[in-house]
Design a protein around this ligand. Sequence first.
Ligand SMILES: C[S@@+](CC[C@H](N)C(=O)[O-])C[C@H]1O[C@@H](n2cnc3c(N)ncnc32)[C@H](O)[C@@H]1O
Length: 241
Amino acid sequence: MVSEDKLHTTIKAVWNNAEDETYRQDQSHYRGVGRWADDEAWQDIGRSSMQKIKFLWRLLNRPNASLANQVVLEWGPGGGANAFGLREISSRYYGVDISEKNLAEAGRMMTAEGRPNYFKPVLLAGVPQSIVGDVEPINIFLSTAVFQHFPSRDYGIEVLKALRSMCAPNAGGFIQIRFDNGNPKYRGIASIQEYEREHITANSYPIEVFWDALDAAGFQPLAVNGLRTKNNYATFYMAAK
Ligand SMILES: C[S@@+](CC[C@H](N)C(=O)[O-])C[C@H]1O[C@@H](n2cnc3c(N)ncnc32)[C@H](O)[C@@H]1O
């Protein structure tokens, strides 16, 4: 049984303290770095998330006009591409990240965009539940390209529970995961010792397992879409029960 401290330190070593800083920034989706030197590619991350929020709103039978002044929380904002992409619909944007460097970058980027008080950094310094008291009730939550980096399926379930306990009544959100369809590439790590080498594909869930996990965590699962066999991505939509 690995300790919570060891788990946290091992994840953080990759996302905050990696030796290769350019690789770390590229993997964390920093605007202007590596693959994201192409600003359209970087902005596409946030545009895609905005489309997903609009899809969520259709699932919830809510008019687009009500997409304003939302309190949003993203688990794992990295360089802030989604914070940027959702800036028109949200008044406050909480970013929960294990990396203080990434939180600083997302804040820097939004300040450079003229929104100095918009991005609210929340540093995860322990287990997922540890940040719950640091955040006001949220209306919308999202997580893209993050769950696959958790060290186990169970860790992701703990994140779901933390998200649920921060929800305002009627909150909704979407979460992207990797699905497990038996492809050995996405099988996930067997122990935390493998995390540094395999953090890109650290875990995956059978579709129905994640669907049921949402339900068990207090969400009503609404839909799943965006299945991509190229990288086993799937996006789940849900509302707080
Ligand atoms: C691939 S980036 C995705 C960034 C952003 N969501 C996007 O789609 O552009 C992964 C982010 O998740 C963060 N992260 C990794 N493990 C985490 C954890 N256990 N809790 C919170 N954030 C985590 C990393 O520091 C990084 O910022």
